[in-house]
Design a protein around this ligand. Structure first.
Ligand code: HEC
Length: 166
């Protein structure tokens, strides 16, 4: 075997190595993008939902504010988000790690209700704005959802219950 073909072989080896590294980089980028687009919700997609709530929610002793929020929730939100925010065939559970305070702060609830929320985490379609709730009402609704989340271990830092401090 001549010297030239030895060099050719080494270069071919190098190219193969580079190709593998590029493929690995592409995989890492894909994984990163999947993480950002909220694909973690896929396992809870609309196809999996039945007539009842998507997740079972245990209801704790609610504060007064949360209790009032619960009534508003039943009237305005439970049709899609389930009777105790555990989801339905029309909308996702809000007692879910996706909606913990660190990921969906209280203002994202305000925004969803006031301006709607285009489909992005699930397959239920868009959420339309929900009219008729004052800022105080909305705060009570958020308190209700937060107390349910807290009681069901979605988050542990009491700071997440800020909406209940009124
Ligand atoms: C007609 C059905 C429907 C009603 C009524 C409804 N929602 Fe929604 N909501 C949805 C759907 C569907 C989504 C999920 C959109 C997605 O991420 O794919 C959603 C998403 C949300 C989100 C997440 C927004 C975000 O930033 O990702 C919040 C918070 C929320 N709803 C709160 C509420 C509250 C509070 C009420 C009552 C005042 C309410 N929704 C009423 C269907 C509804």
């Amino acid at each position: 075997m001549g010297r030239q073909s030895e060099i050719d072989r080494r270069e071919a080896g190098n190219r193969l190595h580079m190709g593998r590294r590029r493929a690995l980089a592409a995989v890492l980028v894909a994984v990163f993008l999947a993480g950002c687009s909220g694909d973690e919700a896929d396992e809870y997609s609309a196809a999996d939902t039945s007539a009842g709530q998507t997740v079972s929610v245990s209801v704790p002793d609610l504060s007064d504010v949360a209790r009032q929020g619960g009534e508003l929730f039943t009237a305005n939100c439970s049709e899609c988000h389930g009777p105790t925010a555990g989801g339905s065939s029309q909308g996702p559970p809000l007692v879910h790690e996706i909606y913990e305070p660190g990921h969906h702060a209280d203002f994202s609830f305000v925004r969803a209700v006031e301006t709607g929320s285009p489909q992005h985490h699930w397959n239920f379609g868009d959420m339309e704005p929900v009219p008729g709730l004052s800022p105080e009402d909305l705060n009570k609704v958020i308190c209700y959802v937060r107390e349910l989340q807290y009681a069901n271990g979605i988050f542990t830092a009491p700071a997440g219950l800020a909406a209940c401090e009124v």
